[in-house]
Design a protein around this ligand. Structure first.
Ligand SMILES: NC(=O)c1ccc[n+]([C@@H]2O[C@H](COP(=O)([O-])OP(=O)(O)OC[C@H]3O[C@@H](n4cnc5c(N)ncnc54)[C@H](O)[C@@H]3O)[C@@H](O)[C@H]2O)c1
Ligand SMILES: [Fe+2]
Length: 377
């Protein structure tokens, strides 16, 4: 990863980009799954609707006797209250299975990441202690993950991060381990055709947020920046068209690739201020992640602009704008045009408290990635 002050055109700082995920993409790519297993048996983790959609039956027939079990009980926003019993059951009953196949949105892929590593006692509490900074227990080899997204949003198929929620305690855990990178990703837009409008909108805006957050980020480097600019431009043109034609597979595919590119961009930078602001909104007000991390983007962009000429140029290019105000206005109109309010009051937040929320969010782990902390809020 790069350090602060890097410029897009001529970098004066050394930088590094790495992503180890083996990516297979295109319509029908799901058929490559048995070959990717290379003879291993696997557990499938998927979302509840996969049964009615026939996806569960398709996976069973594709995998045959390579399939150890199918787990369909994944709800949106994986919560420790149900992750714990699932973790303990899957390690107790299937300790010999080497591979997990996650077929679903970010909730399924993040849930699967939590199921990868064994602990000495086989308890989820021990895994959470590891996330809290305890020394990694050596309890054997983690399983491999093949991630197959069915939403075009989180990019979790190409990142090592997982967000594990604890609604009862009003907090979240971030999983990030050397073993939590997927081994492979299969990005097949055919699997996204059944995604309803609300989740198509939220996950698409999550991807836009990932692209922009990887740009106004102290870890930005020339590779992450070009992926992010391409992703953001494609999302801005494609998402409104897709929301009017949910069954258009060409548009689904463009969004799938854009979300993948945004994932590749932030896999090396992490997110920044808009995500840091989002977590309390999801925990306290139940706002879905993709909306919570995108409604504030125009305000966050206003803070980011002016800090770094190269960043300003990238943002102006994304919005085909010739001034900061025009770019912010275009982003605001884009979100409002999709029915997403950019006013904190619409989410139960008090406008008077906004500056304080921003100050607090800047101090969080994601907020500290934000490119500037000096602007007036
Ligand atoms: N790991 C990361 O880097 C990362 C990044 C961003 C967000 N996240 C996390 O991802 C989660 C959000 O993921 P998401 O936006 O992909 O949504 P999701 O996985 O929560 O899915 C949204 C809803 O759509 C359903 N669904 C998924 N695919 C479907 C399909 N093809 N057809 C019909 N229904 C389908 C799900 O069952 C669910 O009810 C949050 O918990 C968020 O914290 C993780
Ligand atoms: Fe996100």
């Amino acid at each position: 990863m790069s350090g602060p002050g890097i410029s897009q055109e001529g970098s004066t700082t050394m930088w590094h980009y790495r992503n180890p995920v083996d990516i297979h993409a295109g319509r029908g790519a799901l058929a490559q799954l048995p070959a990717l297993l290379q003879g291993r048996r696997a557990l499938v983790i998927t979302f509840p609707e996969a049964v009615a959609l026939g996806l569960d039956a398709r996976l069973r027939s594709l995998l045959g006797d390579q399939l150890a079990a199918v787990e369909t009980g994944v709800q949106p926003n994986p919560d420790v209250s149900w992750l714990a019993p699932m973790y303990e059951r899957l390690w107790r009953d299937h300790a010999d299975v080497d591979c997990i196949i996650a077929v679903g949105g970010g909730s399924v892929i993040d849930c699967a990441k939590a199921m990868l590593a064994p602990t000495p006692s086989g308890t989820f509490a021990e895994l959470l202690a590891l996330l809290a900074g305890a020394t990694a227990p050596d309890a054997g080899r983690p399983r491999s993950l093949i991630a197959i997204p069915t939403t075009a949003g989180t990019g979790s198929e190409v990142t090592p991060w997982a967000t594990l929620w604890d609604q009862a305690r009003g907090r979240k855990h971030s999983l990030h381990q050397p073993w939590s990178w997927p081994e492979a990703a299969i990005v097949d837009a055919d699997l996204m055709l059944s995604l309803p409008r609300g989740s198509t909108l939220a996950s698409g805006l999550d991807a836009l947020s990932h692209a922009l957050e990887s740009l106004w980020n102290v870890h930005r480097n020339p590779v992450s920046a070009s992926l992010a600019v391409s992703a953001a431009r494609d999302i801005i043109t494609t998402l409104p068209l897709l929301l009017a034609r949910l069954d258009d597979v060409a548009l689904r595919e463009r969004m799938a690739v854009a979300a993948l590119q945004a994932g590749l961009a932030f896999s090396n930078t992490k997110t920044a201020l808009a995500h840091s602001l989002s977590y309390d909104l999801t925990l306290e007000h139940g706002v879905v992640h993709g909306i919570a991390c995108s409604f504030s983007l125009p305000r966050v962009m206003a803070l980011a602009m002016g800090a770094d000429d190269a960043l300003d140029a990238l943002l102006l290019r994304i919005f085909d704008a010739d001034s900061t105000d025009a770019a912010i206005d275009r982003l605001t109109r884009f979100l409002e045009g999709l029915g997403v309010s950019t006013d904190p009051g619409s989410y139960g937040l008090d406008e008077a408290e906004w500056p304080q929320r921003v100050d607090q969010a800047l101090q969080g782990p994601r907020g500290r990635n934000f490119i500037t902390t000096g602007a007036t809020r």
